[in-house]
Design a protein around this ligand. Structure first.
Ligand SMILES: [Zn+2]
Length: 484
């Protein structure tokens, strides 16, 4: 049976405002003492009244405009009613039929694909986050549940796509692009592991021949790109197998279980709660002036796509290198800082994308807090260019710089490992190599051009890689010509 995969995403991003959405409590809740950032509003105490944080609207506007959305100038807030211990009011203040923005889109280029795709964005709306339950377990059984309201009232944006996504790869491409974008906009840190960016996916299988839509399931609880990809792949296979056996796919919410690598049923959609949305009586309708929208639009920072284009034009980088450099904002900044003082941009990009990423990845260190500054890297590259050290030696030195935080010049001075550019010294070694390898020299004289590379290799070995290969090659040729 031929079929199509149909995926829609619902993404929640936590906004980086200083205060919560409807009160003045601080939004720093990670690693804080439970219930220390709370007040009557975010604890949902009777008689307390919410006041909308203007910064939340501004951040929502920024995101919606970057997603090419149409802004609704009249917004309503609604109560979404459900009971759960982490929701003290027994309703969440959210937006329902008049959200802040609708009808946007994002262009993506999935991995291993040359063609771009447009994924439509259905809506963007503002809402408050719930608190957090902490379950205490003994012998695998929950014995007690605690609730921490520090997260209650943290501002969220929910971004809902149309079901335009046709594969797990496209879903990942969309999410990666969105994450980079919100990081550039400085509205969200995009950290999936810590839950400041969360993604739920709706998945169904459509029969290609008839175009009949299949029943969809919703998958939750995925906190890394890897988990999202695996969960989508698992769910697609599960649904296909059911359909092949002419069994039914149930409309349900499923949870990704990392340990077993499976999606597991959480609750059926037929029993899904009726949220009884109604307008929030404690908040007046929000009117967004056109002038404010214009102001936000005009002050949008450079977005990843624009930066990529600029990198290709200004620094003559390949699309591929430019893409990799802009993906993490701090990495792009690192490159640009160094590029002010070092103009071999291709070489610089190779070092940033090669050694810098390798060392920071191995040590799990963020670019902004790594010990080798962009100036330190420039100094190292200049030492290669002026032939004080070879490129090979420089890699070892870079690793040392990364570990110790010392400069390239200091490390070279300490270890005395400069490149040998003294011709007399190299010639001594060449004499020895020629003496030890008469047959190879004969081969070269007989026209086997490649034989010389073996001799260069021998000289490099004797100098422990400290000679300049070009110089060695020239001196060797001169020497052999003289002998023959
Ligand atoms: Zn509060």
């Amino acid at each position: 049976m031929l079929d199509d995969i149909v995926i829609g995403l619902e993404i929640h991003i936590q906004l980086l405002t200083k205060a919560k959405i409807f009160c003045n409590c601080s939004t720093t809740y990670f690693d804080q003492e439970p219930n220390t950032h709370t007040c009557p509003v975010c604890l949902g105490l009777p008689g307390s009244l919410p006041v909308l944080n203007q910064k939340v609207v501004e951040f929502a506007l920024k995101t919606a405009l970057a997603l090419n959305c149409k802004i609704n100038q009249t917004n309503l807030f609604h109560r979404k009613n459900y009971f759960y211990p982490d929701l003290p009011k027994a309703y969440q203040i959210s937006q329902f039929d008049q959200p802040i923005a609708i009808n946007g889109f994002l262009e993506i280029v999935p991995e291993n694909s040359r063609t771009g795709r447009t994924i439509r964005v259905n809506r963007v709306h503002m809402e408050e986050d719930a608190g957090k339950l902490i379950h205490l377990e003994r012998d695998g059984q929950i014995v007690c549940s605690l609730v921490d309201y520090n997260r209650s009232g943290i501002p969220l944006l929910e971004i809902v796509t149309e079901p335009d996504i046709c594969s797990p790869e496209e879903a990942i491409a969309f999410l990666q692009k969105l994450r980079t974008m919100v990081q550039y906009l400085e509205v969200c840190d995009g950290n999936l592991e810590k839950g400041s960016m969360r993604c739920d996916a709706n998945i169904s299988i459509r029969e290609s021949r008839t175009g009949a839509l299949g029943t969809k399931t919703e998958v939750k609880n995925m906190n890394s790109f890897r988990a999202i990809k695996k969960a989508l792949e698992f769910e697609i296979t599960r649904q296909r197998r059911l359909l092949e056996r002419s069994e039914q796919v149930l409309a349900e919410t499923r949870r990704w279980d990392e340990a077993s690598g499976k999606t597991l049923s959480m609750r059926s959609k037929e029993e899904a709660l009726d949220y009884r949305y109604f307008p929030e009586p404690d908040l007046p309708p929000l009117t967004i002036e056109q002038s404010w929208i214009e102001q936000v639009k005009n002050n949008l920072p450079e977005l990843p796509e624009q930066r990529k284009e600029r990198f290709v034009i200004d620094y003559k980088l390949s699309n591929y290198d430019a893409q990799r450099l802009i993906e993490v904002k701090s990495l792009g900044n690192y490159f640009e800082n160094a590029a002010q003082y070092y103009q071999d941009y291709k070489n610089l990009a190779n070092w940033v994308l090669g050694e810098l990423l390798r060392c920071s990845g191995e040590g799990n260190i963020a670019i902004e807090s790594c010990t080798v500054s962009s100036n330190d890297l420039v100094e190292l590259l200049q030492l290669i260019d002026n032939k004080t050290i070879s490129g090979k030696m420089a890699k070892g030195i870079f690793e040392e710089m990364f570990k110790t935080g010392q400069s390239a010049a200091d490390l070279i001075k300490k270890s005395g490992i400069t490149q040998i550019s003294n011709e007399a010294q190299i010639n001594d070694i060449i004499n020895k190599v020629i003496e030890d390898n008469p047959e190879t020299v004969q081969d070269f004289n007989a026209g086997k051009e490649k034989a010389i590379h073996f001799l260069v290799g021998q000289v490099m070995k004797h100098t422990k890689g400290r000679a300049q290969p070009d110089l060695v090659l020239n001196l060797l040729k001169e020497r052999i010509d003289k002998n023959s």
